[in-house]
Design a protein around this ligand. Structure first.
Ligand code: 0RQ
Length: 503
């Protein structure tokens, strides 16, 4: 087979993962590839975790600041968190070990919009990047780097890092070459120009990443799979939520507010978005498109069946089975999938121009439509805001989806006041639970409360919500957005004290 490292200069720099990890020093800011479990480095982070553990065994300090595209995998976030090797993490994670350390107050986590990451690093808000560790699928003869299954912030990391370690992963299909679109036209204010992308499937960049070969200090060969966690089968609750959302989209088409093939879809990851995608496949829609961050199983099926004509993304989150399908049909998918840097996949200018339809999960929503996507009981972070805010604020419309209760029915996802705000009432168009859909567009606060309670709340909590809202409407200091401040967060405190939000 053809050597994936076609550049002889860089072939001469192949070393072991341990030798590469030895080039990373305590206190460094390290920027790695990886987005929702795809395209992250497989070997150097594990070797780095071992190096850190050896330091700690000798009572020597060793921690890094770690930046990526989004969440990664046990071999990256998990290994480094377990080794107590991360001082600061940004911008998104979903690893149980990292999450526990963050919530124990041992690891500093900065949760920011995914579209902000590259530009904030360029602006200098996070200091200098010492090392970039980037997985690629191949190195071309001219030294350019063909990304693997995610692009994320790799362009920025390669441009800004003082030194670069490249992992070349032979497990990734060689046929991804040609799928990527790396835009090199970004500049810093005041020199920015419009981004020349008018249709979601326009190509505006190059198919590979550039990197000054003098900065590449090590190349490591790997052969390992992406995280590829299986999806649980679609349950009745997810299916019901999906059905309400799809009915709403059909209604919008009938009213002439959306074209018959909708507008480019953005979809979060998880069970409910997967159910929405499966539902779209069965609903008679054709010629749809996706301008989103992540492609998960359901989108591959829609592409295969011709329901979706193309999908633009920055990474994948596939089950092992879907990954096999992807690899086997890579030539088909390469014609229909465009992988971009995350500053472009999530760019507010483009999301606004294209009129994306955002569909994301949430933890809880309040009577007025403020959404908490990240913090359980206002204090324990789950994952992070990810890209949901990029699409919620800037899209054509934005739907937030959740079961109406959590933790065996002890928690209402509809609360008087959210315990943490990720998406303000100004950014939220539609709320969907298995009880129904609340269309908040064009409604003032008190009318929003009415539809949220009537359409979305679980019957077990409806009386309690009505009671709060009625007393608030009577006794509130202001009657625009009525609240009883001493009670507004009492549901959360009650759950913490008694294990249920029920009064
Ligand atoms: O916890 O597993 O410990 O029981 O939250 O909840 O119902 O499985 O739903 O996987 O879709 O996650 C908001 C977290 C929903 C996700 C969130 C608990 C629940 C469970 C997971 P357990 P479910 P999902 C594109 C867009 C932000 C990022 C984003 C998310 C766990 O959608 O991370 O949108 N969104 N990115 O028990 C207490 C509540 C709860 C609750 C749920 N009200 N109170 N716990 N849970 N609701 C992708 C990227 O940006 C990369």
């Amino acid at each position: 087979s053809v050597d994936r490292i076609a550049d002889a200069r860089l072939r001469a720099r192949v070393v072991s993962a341990e030798a590469a990890a030895a080039l990373i020093q305590p206190g460094e800011t390290v920027a790695m590839s990886g987005f929702t479990g795809s395209g992250y480095p497989k070997a150097v982070p594990v070797a780095l975790a071992q190096r850190i553990e050896a330091f700690h065994a000798d009572n020597l300090p060793f921690q890094i600041s770690l930046m990526t595209g989004a969440s990664t995998a046990p071999e990256l976030d998990g290994a480094l968190a377990k080794a107590d090797g991360i001082a600061m993490r940004m911008p998104f994670q979903s690893d149980p070990d990292a999450r526990n350390r963050i919530n124990a107050g041992l690891l500093d986590y900065i949760d920011i919009h995914l579209s902000h990451v590259a530009q904030h690093v360029w602006f200098g808000f996070y200091g200098e990047i010492d090392t970039a560790v980037i997985e690629v699928s191949a190195i071309r003869e001219d030294g350019s780097l063909v990304p693997s299954t995610s692009v994320g912030n790799n362009k920025t990391w390669l441009d800004l890092a003082r030194k670069v370690i490249v992992e070349v992963n032979e497990w990734q299909p060689a046929g991804v070459d040609g799928m990527h679109d790396i835009y090199y036209g970004t500049a810093l204010p005041p020199h920015r120009k419009p981004i020349p992308l008018v249709h979601g499937n326009d190509r505006i960049g190059e198919t590979a990443l550039r990197c000054d070969p003098d900065k590449i200090v090590a190349v490591v060969r790997t052969n390992g799979p992406d995280r590829n966690s299986p999806f649980s089968p679609i349950d009745a609750t997810s299916e019901q939520i999906a059905a309400y959302l799809i009915e709403f989209l059909q209604h919008e088409v009938a009213r002439g507010r959306l074209p018959a093939n909708l507008l480019p879809l953005q979809s979060g990851v998880g069970n409910i978005p997967n159910a929405v995608l499966a539902g779209l496949g069965k609903s008679g829609f054709r010629d749809l498109s996706a301008f989103t961050e992540v492609i998960q199983d359901g989108m591959l099926d829609l592409l295969r069946d011709g329901v979706l004509s193309y999908a633009s993304c920055t990474g994948f989150a596939l089950s092992p089975q879907a990954n096999e399908t992807f690899k086997e049909n890579i030539d088909f998918y390469r014609e229909r999938i465009i992988m971009r840097t995350q500053e472009i996949s999530n760019h507010p200018e483009l999301v606004r121009r294209l009129g994306c339809i955002g569909m994301n999960g949430m933890i809880e929503v309040d009577l007025y439509g403020n959404v908490n996507s990240t913090h359980v009981m206002g204090t324990r972070i789950m994952n992070g805001i990810g890209g949901s805010g990029d699409f919620a604020r800037n899209g054509f419309l934005s739907a937030f989806l959740s079961p109406s209760t959590a933790k065996n029915g002890t928690i209402s996802a509809i609360v008087p006041m959210v315990s943490h705000v990720d998406h303000t009432e100004h950014d939220v168009s539609v709320i969907v639970t298995e009880q129904g859909l609340a269309d908040l567009r064009g409604l003032p606060p008190r009318k929003r409360a009415r539809v949220v309670i009537d359409n979305c709340a679980h019957p077990d909590f409806r009386d309690q919500l009505n009671d709060y809202f009625e007393r608030a409407s009577r006794d509130s200091y202001g009657k625009h957005t009525p609240h009883l401040l001493p009670e507004a967060l009492s549901w959360h405190q009650r759950w913490l004290d008694t294990g249920t939000m029920k009064a």
